[in-house]
Ligand binder design. Structure first.
Ligand code: COA
Length: 259
């Protein structure tokens, strides 16, 4: 499928979605959001895709936020719909049964930081910068930032970052737990693929249940421990569990089929 603001490629079962609006630092306008939604739909439906990388084109920006120029065109009563639309798409990413990793290659501000946080985990290039600068516009984050940043870095630091609008660099983001690794820009995608290739040797069914179980911790009203029991029971009856345990005892590499 051809997109106008995304470049997509599938290589070794890893689907890379590159946001491609360099002249606006890959800002998320409605076209990018629509195309991102479509690309994520493809991820859900296409069995040849086993894992996903989301990144931005070039070395300057991952995504510099929601497209500010569109804000002034909207009517005052359209705020809720705007935030809900972004949240719905990011929730599809967060709850995708296949691993989705953000390779943050520059500015990840506002909606860009929120997009990275909706992914299952994040790697950053050494020049990456993170921030939620919405207060500078008289706004607050609307695509899940107040919630996911608090979950990832803790309430106090999230409050500070969102109230000041300050940017932090990649190393600080790593120290806070916002990103897992900091890489030279030229190594960012290679390192991200290396991690995904390890994950791809595991049972896809087990990986999907890991995502569900860990996400349950963060879902209000859900008893995560109970959810874990329920999901453990599902993998316990799977062919992949049979294959994994048998292969271990037979001292061979398991061949997982995802069922
Ligand atoms: N929405 C729309 N356009 C954006 C944008 C955004 N979030 N971020 C950057 N752009 C555009 C700029 O307007 C500029 O367009 P122009 O060349 O037509 O004027 C282009 O991208 C390049 O950005 P510029 O500001 O010239 O680059 P810079 O290196 O001087 O500064 C940033 C980089 C990221 C610090 C700066 O662009 C910025 O602060 N962007 C907004 C970040 C933000 O507030 N995001 C949250 C939105 S809710």
């Amino acid at each position: 499928m051809a997109f106008s603001t995304l470049i997509t490629s599938l290589e070794n079962k890893i689907y890379t979605i590159t946001i491609n609006r360099p002249e606006k630092l890959n800002a998320l306008n409605q076209i990018v959001l629509n195309e991102l939604e479509e690309a994520i739909k493809i991820v859900y439906e296409d069995d040849s895709i086993k894992a996903v990388i989301i990144t931005g084109v070039g070395e300057k920006a991952f995504v510099a936020g929601a497209d500010i120029s569109e804000f002034i065109k909207l009517k005052d009563d359209e705020g809720a719909a705007l935030a809900k639309r972004g949240q719905d798409i990011f929730s599809q990413i967060e709850n995708c049964p296949k691993p989705i990793v953000a390779a943050v290659n520059g500015f990840a501000l506002g909606g860009g930081c929120e997009l990275a946080m909706a992914c299952h985990f994040r790697l950053a290039s050494a020049n990456a910068k993170f921030g939620q600068p919405e207060v500078n516009l008289g706004l607050i984050p609307g695509y899940g930032g107040t919630q996911r940043l608090s979950m990832l870095v803790g309430k106090g630091k999230a409050m500070e970052l969102i109230m000041t609008g300050n940017m932090i660099g990649a190393e600080e983001a790593k120290a806070l737990g916002l990103v897992n690794y900091v890489e030279l820009p030229e190594n960012l995608i290679t390192k991200t693929k290396e991690i995904l290739e390890v994950i791809l040797t595991k049972s896809p069914l087990a990986i999907s249940k890991v995502i569900e179980a860990v996400n349950a911790f963060y879902e209000s009203g859900k008893d995560g421990f109970n959810e874990e029991i329920h999901l453990f029971a599902q993998v316990f009856i799977s062919n992949d569990k049979k294959e994994g345990t048998t292969a271990f005892l037979e001292k061979r590499t398991p061949l997982f089929k995802g069922n």
